[in-house]
Every structure is written in C-alpha cells, then in structure tokens.
Design a binder for this molecule. Structure first.
Ligand SMILES: O=P(O)(O)OC[C@H]1O[C@H](OP(=O)(O)OP(=O)(O)O)[C@H](O)[C@@H]1O
Ligand SMILES: O=c1cc[nH]c(=O)[nH]1
Length: 200
C-alpha cells in the first residue's frame, strides 16, 4: 500500500450539487495529482511497464484506468494496454441483488497470461468487488501478478484484500458513503462523502 498518503481527514467542503448531505473531499486537481502519483508508483514497482496491463472495473474504474494509461505513456513511451473487467457474474451477492446491469469486459490483445495485471477501481471498501475481480480474472488467464489501484480506500475490509496503490486513504464510518464522480461518467471530477443511513 502507498505510504505517501496517511489518511488524514480534512474538514470537507459542502457540495451544492449534492445537497446538504454530501461534502467534497477531493476535487479535480487532487484527483489528477493522485492519478499521476499512482502512475509513477506503478512504474517504480514494476521497474517499467513492459508487462503491465491495466484493467478498470466498471463503472468508474474504467475511465480511471484510461487516465492512468495516459499518464503511463508520458512516463514510459511504450505505454501499457488498458481494458475493462466486469465482475457482475462473480459477485457473492448475486442472489440478494439479482438485477445488477452487466458491464463490459474488454481484454487487450496482449491477453493477461504472464502479465502484471493492475486492477483499477474508484473505491475500495469491503473488498468483495476485488474478490469477484480475482475470480473473473482466473477465467481469462493466468497473470504473473495482480496488483490493485484504488482512487479511494475507505477502510472496513471484510476480506484479506489490500490495495497496492491508493490515491487517498479516507477514514470513514460504516454509515457513510463515498461517492466518486468523474468527468467521463458524471460531468465533473469530485470525491464526495455522504453521511447518514440510507445513502448506500
Ligand atoms: O469494496 P466493495 O465493498 O466491493 O465496494 C467497492 C465497490 O463499490 C462500488 O461499486 P458499485 O457496486 O457501487 O458499482 P458502480 O461502480 O457501478 O458504482 C465501487 O465502484 C467499487 O467497485
Ligand atoms: O462508500 C462506498 C462503498 C462502496 N462503494 C462505493 O462506491 N462507495
């Protein structure tokens, strides 16, 4: 896990688009800076990007993976292929939430066998989405290693899963919800924290 962010919680700004319940904890510039830092950490950890394949988890992990790929290409001109990995059918709550929309799995032509797959997601919470992603991956091939990049780690893990690269460690209460908004999907870049029951 990244040690460059200590997870301090600064008093959040109210977010007008989100009513009294939501407060911005990261804005556009901070999100961009976090992604740039993560890109450098990926290069450093893997001594380049020769075997790196980025796979974003829908929905917001996909644009984040693309942004990371853009940054990797500026650091290492060869760049790294980017795709998406839908985990819907591998979730352990399929029975209790049977109506989830299925996302897109799009594996780059390089495949994942022998590669270092970096999974990319917006929020890491219980770890169940990543557990599902590991199952989904094993149906696609056998990577040499799997690493995890998350824009926000909000804690409360229910499984032995941790992120290798974290944009922001954000201590939260169980009752809160972290909402990531991205220009590509939501028209703006922001990370919001919403308080109270009934927000999940
Ligand atoms: O660690 P976990 O407890 O699994 O929570 C994290 C996941 O929850 C959110 O996805 P969500 O299922 O809300 O779908 P979305 O990406 O479409 O918003 C988020 O994007 C992560 O994928
Ligand atoms: O707070 C949370 C928990 C799970 N997934 C999110 O996107 N936010």
């Amino acid at each position: 896990m990244s040690h460059t962010d200590q997870g301090t919680r600064v008093p959040p700004e109210p977010h007008p688009a989100n009513g009294a319940n939501g407060s911005v904890v990261l804005g556009h510039a901070e999100i961009q800076r976090a992604l740039t830092r993560i890109a450098h950490e990926i290069v450093e950890r893997n001594k380049g990007v020769a075997d790196v394949v980025l796979l974003g988890i829908p929905s917001r992990g996909v644009p984040l993976a693309r942004r990371l790929a853009e940054r990797l290409a500026t650091i290492e001109p060869a760049g790294a292929p980017v795709g998406s990995l839908d985990v819907t059918m591998y979730r352990d709550d399929l029975r209790s939430h049977p109506t989830r929309a299925i996302g897109r799995t799009d594996v780059p032509g390089t495949g994942i066998d022998g590669k270092v797959v970096v999974l990319v997601d917006d929020v890491l919470y219980s770890g169940r989405t990543i557990r599902a992603a590991l199952d989904a991956l094993s149906d696609l091939g056998r990577p040499r290693a799997v690493q995890l990049a998350a824009l926000v780690d909000r804690g409360h893990r229910e499984l032995p899963i941790r992120a290798d690269f974290v944009g922001k460690n954000l201590p939260t209460a169980h009752t809160e919800r972290v909402r990531v908004r991205l220009t590509e999907t939501d028209g703006e870049d922001a990370v919001l924290i919403e308080s109270g029951e009934g927000t999940r």
